[in-house]
Structure formats: structure tokens, C-alpha cells
Design a protein around this ligand. Structure first.
Ligand code: 6PG
Length: 481
């Protein structure tokens, strides 16, 4: 019997996806560039399964039922293109290539078009959930050539995580939309992680709580509206003791790494003109953390004025909770707004309720909260901003006072909370009917004749004033991003 699907790339995610597929009754053929890995896998983790090995791409392709489905779980970038080019002569029209790595969506746009020309169907899919997710149920976000979906759907939906019986895997849309949605997922992941870190720092450095106390707080928060995988693992991390029975967290160097998906989200938001402030701040916070030597030097040259918290600690813990929750709502509101803009720019028809459902289980940002987002989009699929949904508007109003208190306290205590505070600035800006951009427009017109619109004239009519009395009469062409 031929295999239902072939998988290339036996690193941990690849291996676990294969075992997951096998558990669900699919026959998988595997290949890895270092072919000894194929044998090791078959003799070790895949021993006793129906998985079959191949030592060349020809052999792999030969072992597959038609239409052939070949999934790449290899490093994003050039390697994907190399495999595509090696596979092309071996495949027949109607066969399917799936890229399950963290590829840049524009590469998936290009690959979908390139392969379509050759009669091959391409799927670029986000796969989230780390090792554990891949093995027992990831969130899967496929996009590309829809003609491939029916053949792949039974496999992907079977192996994906389920929430109330519904698979965390649905067709996202054309071209690179699956990888786009995964990119935004990762950006939101950066934001969630930064928010948790700010809460931790405020509790630790600001309120002077012990790691054990903070562990208890996160464990407690995980029982309420903040219930999520990342809060849960934070409590587990804080509980973890090293060989000297000390919290391991205290021995870990404070420089964050990043592989680029958060940065891509920020760059894309700038390109689209969408204020994705929280995710951008989170990327920059990682960059600042990486400047460890500079920070150590600056800490000596620019010492902080001693400031201690002497208020009611429990009330401040509650305020920090509210700051985390409200900022998280802002982050998701911004992320979904970015996807709306991308959908219109790239002509994708994205279903935001389904995206929320795909993220509800299996992936790194999975949380109870995504269930509320799904409900908001189910009630109004055209919702412009999550902040306008009744449930979230009410949540923001309830968290408002605590959020401000936490940010004020952080400022007074010299604890940096860039995501909490920039989220608050966004919130206040978003609900300000008249911002000082009137002055900004006047400045632009003053120094560069960039023109402005007037509140008493229809939109689209542009005016120029000779502010100094000795400027020219000609306006420069209006330039809007
Ligand atoms: C997932 C994750 C994963 C990502 C890591 C590391 O959804 O399973 O998003 O795809 O690669 O979280 O990302 P950084 O190295 O950029 O932090």
C-alpha cells in the first residue's frame, strides 16, 4: 500500500507531525537530507509504526499515492525553494507540495504562483504549538491553492488540536494567507510574552515579591480571564528549581533571542500603515534586552533614583492583572485590524472567527480569551475593531482604572513597561475624536507646502496657506501613506 503523504525534514517538528499522522491512521513516507536520520527515526521514535523511509527524493515520491502530497518541514527560506526545484521533475500535474515551516508569506505568494504555472498545487501552512503541539495536536493554518485543500483536509483536520470537537485547522485563503496568519500569530505571541514579562518585572522589582509569590499569582491568574498556555507555562517556569533548590529563572541571562516573525509582523504593519504598537514595542523590547553590555554600563552611569512601593500590595497585584488583560485586548485588536487591512490589500477573504478558533487550541497563544474573540466575530464578521465589541468594551472599562494605576506605579518605580504603557496610549488615542494632527498638518504645510484638509470643507479638498507671507503659492503634491 502506498503512503498517504510524504514528509521531508526529520527535525523535532517533522518527526512529531509524522507520529501524529501515524496515530491517526495515515501512512507516512519520510525523507531527510542526512539519510541516517531516516534510519535512526525508523529504529527509534517510529519503531512499531506504519511509517516508511526513503533515502532519496525519487524513492519518496515513488512511495506516494496519487495525488502525491509532499510536506516540507525544513528551514524557511532558500532551502524550501531548493526542495521545490528538486521535487518538480519528479511530480505530476495535480500533485501537492506543502510548506509547513515559518515561511514569509510573500515567499508563499510567489511559490503558489510559480507552482501553479507548472501544474503543481502549493499549500503554505502555519503550524503552531511547538514539539508538544506537533505530536498531539497543533494549530494548522493552511493557505495557497485551494484546489489542494480537499486532498489534504482529512489529514490536517485529524491531526490538529480540537476545541469542543472542532478542529483548529481550516482553510485560510489564497496564496500566502496561511503563512500571513501564522506570522500575525507569532507577532501576537511576542506581545503576549512581553506583557507577561512586564507584569513579572513589576511584581518582582516594583513590589519586591519573591519568585514563589509571583508563581502563585500567575497560577491564580490562569484560572480567570487570563487563562492561557503562556500564563500557565510562566507559572511552571517560576516553580522550577535548579540543583541548589533556587528558582532557575534567576540564573537565566536576560537577553532575548528572535527568529524574525515578530519583526516581519511589525514591518508589514508599517507598510500597511496600521498602528500595531504593542507588537512593535515587544520586538523592540527584545532588541533592547539584547544590548546587555550597554545596559550594564548605563545602569552604572545613569543610576535610578531609589523608589519603593509602600501601598497596598494586593490592590497593586490586581491592578497589574488588569493592565495585562487590557493590554492584551489592545494587542489582539491591533493584530486583527492588521489582518483586515492585509485581506483588503491582498484580496484575501479571511474569516476572523475561524482564525480565532484556529488559535483557540493547539498553538502557543491558545487561550480561553480567543473563544470570546470568536464570539465577537461570529456576532459581527465585519467588526472593525475588537474594542468595539460589547464584551471587550465592557472589559476595557472595568480594567481601565487598574491599568492606569499599574502604569503610573511602574513609572514612579522606574520599572520599564513599554507594552503596558504604549497600549494605554493607543487606547486613549483610538478613542480621541480630535488628535493634534491638525497641528502636524499645519507644520507640514508651513515648511513644505504639503497642504491640509479643513474641518468645514469636504474630505479630499486640499488647502495651502502662505504662513510666512513670503512663501510661494504652489502646494507640493499630497503624499499619504
Ligand atoms: C509556534 C511558534 C514557533 C516559533 C517560536 C520561536 O507557533 O509554535 O511561534 O513557530 O518559531 O516560538 O520564535 P522566536 O524565536 O522568534 O521567539
Amino acid at each position: 500500500m502506498k503512503a498517504n503523504i510524504g514528509l521531508i525534514g526529520l527535525a523535532v517538528m517533522g518527526q512529531n507531525l509524522v507520529l501524529n499522522m501515524n496515530d491517526h491512521g495515515f501512512k507516512v513516507a519520510v525523507y531527510n537530507r542526512t539519510t541516517s536520520k531516516v534510519d535512526d527515526f525508523l529504529h527509534d521514535a517510529a519503531k512499531g509504526t506504519h511509517v516508511i523511509g526513503a533515502h532519496s527524493l525519487e524513492e519518496l515520491v515513488d512511495k506516494l499515492e496519487s495525488p502525491r502530497k509532499v510536506m516540507l518541514m525544513v528551514k524557511a527560506g532558500e532551502v524550501v525553494d531548493l526542495y521545490i526545484d528538486h521535487l518538480l521533475p519528479l511530480l505530476s500535474p495535480g500533485d501537492i507540495i506543502i510548506d509547513g515551516g515559518n515561511s514569509l508569506y510573500s515567499d508563499s505568494n510567489r511559490r503558489t504562483a510559480y507552482l501553479k504555472e507548472k501544474g503543481i498545487l502549493f499549500i503554505g501552512t502555519g503550524v503552531s504549538g511547538g514539539e508538544e503541539g506537533a505530536r498531539h495536536g497543533p494549530s494548522i493554518m493552511p493557505g495557497g491553492n485551494k484546489d489542494a485543500w480537499e486532498a489534504v483536509k482529512p489529514i490536517f483536520q485529524a491531526i490538529s488540536a480540537k476545541v469542543d470537537g472542532a478542529p483548529c485547522c481550516e482553510w485560510v485563503g489564497d496564496n500566502g494567507s496561511g503563512h500571513y496568519v501564522k506570522m500575525v500569530h507569532n507577532g501576537i505571541e511576542y506581545g503576549d510574552m512581553q506583557l507577561i514579562c512586564e507584569a513579572y518585572q513589576l511584581l518582582r522589582e516594583g513590589l519586591g515579591l519573591s519568585v514563589d509569590e509571583i508563581q502563585g499569582i500567575f497560577a491564580d491568574w490562569n484560572k480567570g480571564v487570563l487563562d492561557s498556555y503562556l500564563v500557565e507555562i510562566t507559572a511552571n517556569i517560576l516553580a522550577y528549581k535548579d540543583e541548589n533548590d533556587q528558582p532557575l529563572i534567576d540564573s537565566i541571562l536576560d537577553t532575548a533571542g528572535q527568529k524574525g516573525t515578530g519583526k516581519w509582523t511589525g514591518i508589514n504593519a508599517l507598510d500597511m500603515g496600521i498602528p500595531l504598537t504593542l507588537i512593535a514595542e515587544s520586538v523592540f523590547a527584545r532588541c533592547l534586552s539584547a544590548q546587555k553590555d550597554d545596559r550594564v554600563k548605563a545602569a552604572q552611569h545613569l543610576p535610578k533614583k531609589a523608589s519603593t512601593f509602600n501601598g497596598d500590595k494586593q490592590k497593586m497585584v490586581d491592578a497589574i492583572h488588569d493592565a495585562l488583560y487590557a493590554s492584551k485586548i489592545i494587542s489582539y485588536a491591533q493584530g486583527f485590524q492588521l489582518m483586515r487591512e492585509a485581506a483588503s490589500e491582498y484580496r484575501w477573504s479571511l474569516n476572523y472567527g475561524e482564525i480565532a478558533l484556529m488559535w483557540r487550541g493547539g498553538c502557543i497563544i491558545r487561550s480561553q480569551f480567543l473563544g470570546n474573540i470568536k464570539q465577537a466575530f461570529d456576532a459581527n464578521p465585519e467588526l472593525e475593531s475588537l474594542l468595539l465589541a460589547d464584551y471587550f468594551a465592557e472589559a476595557m472599562s472595568q480594567a481601565d482604572a487598574g491599568w492606569r494605576k499599574a502604569v503610573i506605579q511602574a513609572i514612579e518605580l522606574n520599572v520599564p513597561t513599554p507594552a503596558f504603557s504604549s497600549a494605554l496610549a493607543y487606547f486613549d488615542g483610538y478613542r480621541t475624536a480630535r488628535l493634534p494632527a491638525n497641528l502636524l498638518q499645519a507644520q507640514r504645510d508651513y515648511f513644505g507646502a504639503h497642504t491640509y484638509e479643513r474641518i468645514d470643507r469636504p474630505r479630499g479638498e486640499f488647502f495651502h496657506t502662505d504662513w510666512t507671507g513670503h512663501g510661494g503659492k504652489t502646494a507640493s503634491t499630497t503624499y499619504t501613506v
